[in-house]
Design a protein around this ligand. Sequence first.
Ligand SMILES: Cc1ncc(COP(=O)(O)O)c(C=O)c1O
Length: 439
Amino acid sequence: MSDETKDHALNDLGRSEGNAQGPAHSSLDVDFVRSQFPALKDANEITPAFFENAGGSLPCRQVIERLSAFYHECKVQPGMTYPRARDAQARMDEAPRRLSALLRVNPETHVLVIGPSTTQNAYVLACAFARVLEPGSEIIVTDQDHEANSGFWRRLASNGVVVREWRMDPQSGLLNPADLEELLSGKTRFVAFPHCSNIIGHFNDVTDIIRRIHAAGALAIVDGVSAAPHGLPDLSAIDADVYFFSTYKTYGPHQGVMAIRRHLIERLPNEGQWFNEHVPQKRLVPAGPDHAQVAALAGIVDYIEALAAHHGIDFHADPAAANARVRDLMRRQEHHLLEGLMDFLKVAAREGRVRILGPDRADSRRAPTIALDTNRPPAEIAADLAELGIEAGAGDFYAVRTLSRLGVNPQRGVLRLSFLHYTTETEIDRLIAALDTVL
Ligand SMILES: Cc1ncc(COP(=O)(O)O)c(C=O)c1O
């Protein structure tokens, strides 16, 4: 692909999720980015190079500062009348308000729900569906999902719900939307699918898939956990009925965000305390909020704002438009690094040293999350990499069904290499050299 065609493809991807307005700053200032992450401050090569970002990103300075400030200054029961409690409440209210603006959550159509994790949010949502889905109704799940967006839906079968599976191609690992069309019917109530799988690392064409689901009169439940770290989404453009992501993977504290269509949350039974029935944000969160972490979520917005300001992007006029431009910068940086790594891995695959799961093209739909089926046990390879200063993960990553479909023994698992916009070219070079030694 020529550079020009690649740029075009990247722009197209941006457009499908809300376009970046105006000319984008040509490239991300990675030194500036790294200065925002205390764990990355030391540019010394002795520092381990972190390649398990899909498991959880490093936290940005703004989040750490807000978390620490909450504990230092106002760690009391929020919402009481005394000043410290009012301060705590104000900090907690700020986070969903600013996140909603950043993600372009339209308050008329959607509610931003904050819960303990994506798995917990999905579990409670499934409990609510279990009380209303009639026997004989149908749902569709995939074998490309992390178990969080799969297992709880499949359990609805015990209520008489018919569970259909949209299966990946066992070679490419890709989901074909034409196969989904075969499964959709007038009885389909919802389809749960990933924006990006944590194993296959391919950004599914989320807007096209949702259009097909809505055309069939069904709801779209999207797991955005593996997509969001590569640029926070424009949720109005995506228009899912439910969109999940986990903020400990988007440089923040360990929380789960669920943007859910307002008329859906109002129609589903209340799973929260009875007296919170009329508070949409609490209907699907029976757990009490972790006050400090909720407040610290605003630090993610601060971080995007700092990136925007540093790159000459006006944040205040339209935070979501600024976010789209920051996302574009992040993806370009990741894409640039992915090309070099993929070139190396393709040669290693030809030599029979690894099998790359998911697409081996570094195109604009390829996320920098690469799972490898290896000749030696992946856990051994990860340990060897650690000796060489490379932090990488091994295991099934809760994508047991995905690995099985691809013919990989989940107990043996895969080696997973994942990086983000803060990764440097030097780190990629170190990774390649280390892989060359251990594979
Ligand atoms: C793609 C994907 N979906 C869902 C989850 C579950 O998220 P949480 O840990 O917030 O429950 C994960 C966690 O790794 C994930 O990678």
